[in-house]
Design a protein around this ligand. Sequence first.
Ligand SMILES: Cc1cc2nc3c(=O)[nH]c(=O)nc-3n(C[C@H](O)[C@H](O)[C@H](O)COP(=O)(O)OP(=O)(O)OC[C@H]3O[C@@H](n4cnc5c(N)ncnc54)[C@H](O)[C@@H]3O)c2cc1C
Length: 480
Amino acid sequence: MKRAVCIVGGGAAAVSLLDALQRHGDHYDVTIVEPADTLGPGRAYQADSDSALLNQQAGRMSLRNSEPDHFIKWVRGHDEQFSTAENSEFLPRRLFGQYLNFHAHRTLESLRESGSDVRIIRDVVTSAHEDFGGVWLGTAGGTTFRSDRVVLCTGTGGPVDAYELAKQPGYVHDPYPLRDQLPDVAADRDVLVLGTGLTAVDIALYLLDRGHRGAISMLSRRGVLPAVRSFAAARPLRYLTGDALAAGMSCGRLLRELRNELRAAGFDVAEAARDLGVGEPAHQRLARQVAAGDVPWQPTLIQAAMQSIERLWPLLPARERDRFMRRWHHVFNSLVNPMPPRTAHRLLSAMDAGQLTVHSGVNSVVRDSDGFLATTMSGQVRGDLVVNAIREETGITNIASTALLDGLIGDGAARVHPYGGIDVDPGTNAILDRAGVPSSRLFALGQLTCGVHYYTSSMTMITRRAAMLAGELSPAMAVR
Ligand SMILES: Cc1cc2nc3c(=O)[nH]c(=O)nc-3n(C[C@H](O)[C@H](O)[C@H](O)COP(=O)(O)OP(=O)(O)OC[C@H]3O[C@@H](n4cnc5c(N)ncnc54)[C@H](O)[C@@H]3O)c2cc1C
């Protein structure tokens, strides 16, 4: 009998896992459950304005970890407008969604041809109960079925309503897709954007590209914009290597080793530290980074930070993780998700013109008779509209998966991880039950595992875990 595998969710993580399963070569009975009409795009890569760009160069975006140029090759062959696109370009995110959709169907076809059974259920999974015979799943539409293995790929939730503005007219809670959520924003209105991360940058860029004339004020606790992407080549790492990371290290030692990496590659450590310094006012920092162009050390530092955090995070004691979250989380985010240089130039000219401002230390945002009023540590900012870009970071408040996760946690089949999402075994992504025992049948991939893996919000991380998980799901792996 074929092993029954159910993938809950049909976004990028699900497609990457499907691809990895197909290439593993075993025969399965695969079920994908996804409420949307289209498999692949999920939340991040849905059809949207072309101003919503990928935050990675096209040559590094792929559903396959082993083939980083898989996407760009597909783009050149399938979209005439982008037939000469370069590996280094930042392409519209919708193209990546189309690529995922194309490959989802192609992979399902290949699985069918090689003897697997495949079905797609357009629905929301609301329950999962494990017993000796497998996992019984139930959907909102009333379907119930059994599966030998279940992988939760339920993805990133929408933003959070941190200032309880949901009922206020003029408040846009979820900005995606930009072209559907923001078309009615009149060009002369003053807009408050809640957040200064990549989503907030998407919003500002979309408005500016549409010829917005009103003020755009970006607000967050720290007022830190993403760094500007450098195209320099990353140097090979000497200190943060597999062996050194496997032994674990404190945050202090990690910082020392990062400095050693930069020094060994011949970079100016003091200059890099200054550049990372997120205490600098946003306008000044952006102007400096744009003027500096391709800073040579950034790609090496990103590579070192990404590789080491993935290996070290599960090994760090709770005290060290708390310290990291307090002192380094926002620096890490600004560093590893830089914005494309064109975007940086666009934002900088709007800042130079006084149209775009960034404010830190937000205390409150309320609506009064004159519109919206934000109070920050340095004063007050007014706006006619508020567009929300405050990210949900815990991985567990995705509305579509609330019933399913509440049920699993309530039954003791899963437990909340203190740093977000649910607890999984760091080596296998098997979901841990209330007592910390890994399930043989229930797994999670992507944002739901953010507490365990820390950084899950990139295709590089997702595809690496998907390839590993395909091995765990193989019929060769018996129930432990
Ligand atoms: C706006 C945005 C832009 C990003 N841009 C980039 C980028 O440029 N480069 C990069 O490397 N990374 C990027 N990321 C990070 C990462 O690559 C994406 O978050 C990635 O798409 C995550 O895929 P996913 O499948 O885990 O989640 P999602 O794309 O959120 O897909 C989850 C799917 O699960 C479904 N679902 C949820 N609950 C249930 C349920 N109970 N039953 C059935 N289905 C369910 C949802 O309908 C959804 O389709 C971005 C993230 C966001 C949010």
